[in-house]
Ligand binder design. Structure first.
Ligand code: ZN
Length: 52
């Protein structure tokens, strides 16, 4: 999967992951809460994974 943009507010509920094409089509706005989508970078995964 090639995920590039997420909405951090809805990702827990709706799994708001978007590929670049989708993000562009949505004008970089979340369809659920209308907030700005943010680039999905590896440190987000690392942060969520390493909670010790
Ligand atoms: Zn959202």
């Amino acid at each position: 999967m090639d995920i590039t943009y997420i909405c951090t507010h809805c990702v827990e509920k709706y799994e708001t992951y978007f590929c670049p094409a989708d993000a562009k089509r949505l004008h970089y706005r979340c369809p659920f809460c209308d907030r700005e989508l943010v680039p999905y970078t590896p440190w987000i995964i690392e942060r969520r994974g390493s909670s010790r």
